[in-house]
Design a protein around this ligand. Sequence first.
Ligand SMILES: *Cc1c(COP(=O)(O)O)cnc(C)c1O
Length: 436
Amino acid sequence: MMFNLEKSAQAFAEAKQYIPGGVNSPVRSFRGVGGTPPFIAGAAGSKIYDIDGHEYIDYVGSWGPMILGHAHPAVTEALREALQHGTSYGAPTLLETELAKMVVRLMPSIELVRMVNSGTEATMSALRLARAFTKRNKIVKFAGCYHGHHDSLLVKAGSGATTLGIPDSPGVTGNIAGETLTAEYNDADGLEQLFERYGEEIAAVIIEPVPGNMGMVLPRPGYLQQVRNISRKYGALLIFDEVMTGFRVALGGAQALYGITPDLTCLGKIIGGGLPVGAYGGRRDIMEQVAPAGPVYQAGTLSGNPLAMAAGLTTLQVLAGTPSIYEQLAAKTTSLCDGIRIQADKFDLTLQYHKAGAMFGIFFSAEPVYNYETAKKADTTSFAVYFQAMLEQGIYLAPSQFEAAFMSAVHSDDDIAATVAASASAFARVADSKTR
Ligand SMILES: *Cc1c(COP(=O)(O)O)cnc(C)c1O
């Protein structure tokens, strides 16, 4: 049967009449690869289903949260139980403390933690806190790192390794963007130079320890420790944005994997178990500045929502309570990446394969990719050909070269074998498209 997305195409056309671009978050619209996004009817385990009747093996996992797979029985049961007691109170509950205790136990750099509703809110609040704590205004971020869509962080690099911020979106004022300095990821010397010039003014360095939003990039050996040392030397806070990597690359996140102690950590995605949650936490003396303990204001009507807490807590309990789950996730990720590489090699396609724990990314680039500059050189046309060929064969990848992919605990050996087999014919199509 021909692969067709007729119902999805109709649904997309209708959605566009009521929702900007037809989607509630831009990358869902498939601008990066062309074609129609499948509209989703449901998901279970490692599979996701569209309204046209297709089944896909899912490596998006709602962009990270679904590390246990979709509709995990324990998470579903926890939600059903929570639902019987009402959906929101705007008052303290036992579940919030339980989840906070769990986070503090799994990430020792976190002594106090505040729940919010999204990763964006977490990084926004962490920056405000860092500025208040240090009484400094400037922030350093890295080109290609994404920390959510609020004004201070919606800034990319201008030309050169280190430039003053230029807004990435209309509506972000030059004044706000100007407080954001941009450095190149994996370049400790560049960061040091930025600090030599602006050190007294820099409140914090915010970093995705393992970037997953310019495609997946790995830190060079020792790099994260250098970032820690430089920020400490100049009295700036180090904020690890572990919204994606937290409970993903290891149970204790990238900070456990690489042995780094940040001052503040931002969380999201897995901590909500598929419901809208974010969190920020860290050193007690810093976090005690947050209202009502301290003067730094931050609040949320639905923060600590009982359904979200139930889903997040249960997800973390399963992760923490399943021996060797991260070894198994890493082994599956390795087996998949190795399988894909063998197929690509058959067509003389030299690609870059990056993986850490249950997260991986493949760049259509013959050159090493270690920062935003090198990521941007990837062959997005070939990626789009590969992506569409995979989709047609029932493999659901993120619809952009510049996103990571996620393994879940319920992806089976059969799922992996099917993905490798699909890659063989997808690479054939890529090779064919290159010779035209
Ligand atoms: C997804 C993501 C965010 C934003 O989280 P939202 O819940 O989408 O607001 C921030 N930082 C990183 C590293 C992310 O991957």
